[in-house]
Design a protein around this ligand. Structure first.
Ligand SMILES: Cc1cc2nc3c(=O)[nH]c(=O)nc-3n(C[C@H](O)[C@H](O)[C@H](O)COP(=O)(O)OP(=O)(O)OC[C@H]3O[C@@H](n4cnc5c(N)ncnc54)[C@H](O)[C@@H]3O)c2cc1C
Length: 424
């Protein structure tokens, strides 16, 4: 029996699983190969709709896809607490008990974590959007503030990349619509200019996004780091403070080190260094993909961007290579170069770069929504999101989305992820 274990049920892990199942299905059926995917979350979180969720246009449930129906009996819901790499064993805490998972091939696709280690006060006083539980808490807080008319005067968003810009635009739209007292939305970016990943090649769309934020009243603080988040303000590294009733961090990522994996090679950011075939450098049976992997870009040799598309493509590549290795074939290098980047802005607008072409406004939003829906792990989930967003777009009665904004006192349907369906 040859055992393959995938650590992580995000983009990279699910794609690796999907490819392995389709390529090794007959060996699995004959009991010659065992596939296991272990993840602490029972669902996959799709981050592409963060802006829409924060603006109140989509429910948090719309971003969640249960893993069980996709992976079936191969799924172990649990926390990997340590690894014994020479002994080829993971220790997993699952359903209150410890169990061991043996592997011949291990795929590490554990993603990244919010930068609690780099922003003092974030854990105690800040709000995060990466983890679905944190997102759920933040949306609950926004809704309870709406319902109780609790005064929110100042909101600070930390992060001048695509996620931070989306978050600031969405929150400005949410408070702009509320019709209550004016809320000051601040965006703090450590880079000298917003959206550094688009510059200088795509300055046009980066400037368009910045203009839209300004027109929404967002106050932008550029070229300065947040040095501390406090209960009612944030401190900036230049000595200034900004009053804040709600500080939301959509900035940068950190990487936790699983006990037992300290010997793996890492770069300065903490990512595990991969060879171009996505094996961990110096290993022949440990593979790495997604945010946690420093994978050389086939064009530049620099680490690939940490985004969902690269995570999916790396997961696919790992799946193909493990299947080749098991069949005694030679493995291949990762050769995906990227498609583009996008951010949603308020008012069904956006910026999109696709194959080097730049789009703005409603067209950019439509391209982004269609692309993102295509890459969702469930067709049913994608259709549900498209139906709600197109309903909102044309003003049609698409029906209430569980967990989206409702008038205070209105009956609210339960927030249940309604997704199943096959994984591509
Ligand atoms: C707010 C926000 C918006 C974003 N928007 C976009 C966007 O618009 N477009 C885009 O391309 N990218 C976007 N990204 C980036 C994208 O989400 C990440 O690049 C992507 O999640 C990386 O996928 P992954 O599979 O490496 O990790 P994840 O998707 O983070 O998955 C990691 C998995 O590992 C599991 N795990 C980790 N440690 C353990 C453990 N010890 N035991 C068990 N399970 C474990 C986790 O539970 C999770 O299932 C956004 C990110 C954020 C935070």
């Amino acid at each position: 029996m040859r055992r393959i274990v995938i650590l992580g049920g995000g983009y990279a892990g699910l794609h690796a699983f999907s490819v392995l199942r389709s390529r090794l299905g007959s060996l699995v059926a004959r009991g010659e190969v065992e596939l296991t995917l272990v993840s602490r979350d029972g669902h996959h979180t799709y981050h592409g709709w963060t802006g829409e969720v924060l603006a109140g246009d989509l429910a948090v449930g719309s971003t969640l896809t249960p893993i069980g129906p996709i992976v079936g009996d191969s799924f172990v819901e649990g926390e990997v607490v340590s690894a014994d790499l020479p002994g080829r064993t993971l220790t997993v805490q699952s359903a209150g008990a410890m169990r061991e998972l043996k592997f011949e091939h291990l795929v590490i696709a554990a993603g990244s974590v919010d930068p609690f280690d780099r922003i003092p006060g974030l854990a105690e006083n800040g709000w995060c959007v990466k983890n679905s539980r944190d997102m759920q808490k933040l949306v609950g807080e926004l809704e309870s503030r709406d319902a109780s008319a609790q005064e929110t005067r100042n909101v600070v968003v930390v992060g001048g990349g695509l996620a931070g810009v989306e978050t600031a635009s969405a929150l400005a739209a949410r408070y702009g619509r509320a019709g209550s007292a004016k809320v000051n939305v601040h965006l703090v970016s450590s880079s000298e200019k917003l959206l550094p990943s688009l510059r200088p090649d795509f300055d046009h769309i980066a400037e368009t996004a910045e203009r839209q934020l300004v027109s929404q009243g967002v106050q932008i603080h550029q070229g300065v780091r947040v040095s501390r988040i406090d209960r009612d303000h944030v401190e900036l590294a230049n000595g200034r403070t900004v009053a804040s009733d709600l500080s939301v961090v959509a900035a940068g990522v950190s990487f936790s080190v699983l006990p037992g994996t300290e010997s793996l090679p890492r770069n300065a950011a903490g990512q595990i260094i991969a060879s171009d075939d996505l094996r961990v450098r110096g290993s022949h049976n440990i593979w790495v993909a997604g945010d946690i992997a420093a994978v050389p870009h086939p064009g530049t040799g620099e680490p690939c961007p940490a985004n969902a598309l690269f995570a999916m493509k790396q997961g696919d590549c790992v799946g193909r290579n493990i299947s080749r290795a098991i069949k005694g074939q030679s493995v291949k290098g990762f050769n995906f170069r990227g498609l583009g980047q996008a951010a949603g802005l308020a008012g069904r607008r956006g910026i999109t770069e696709l194959w080097g072409m730049q789009f703005t406004g409603r067209l950019a939003w439509v391209i982004r929504v269609l692309f993102f829906a295509w890459f969702m792990p469930s067709r049913r989930g994608a259709l549900s999101v498209l139906s709600h967003l197109s309903g909102n777009l044309w003003g049609a009665a698409a029906g209430p989305v569980a967990g989206t904004r409702a008038a205070p006192g209105a009956e609210r349907p339960a927030a249940v992820p309604n997704l199943s369906g096959p994984f591509r």
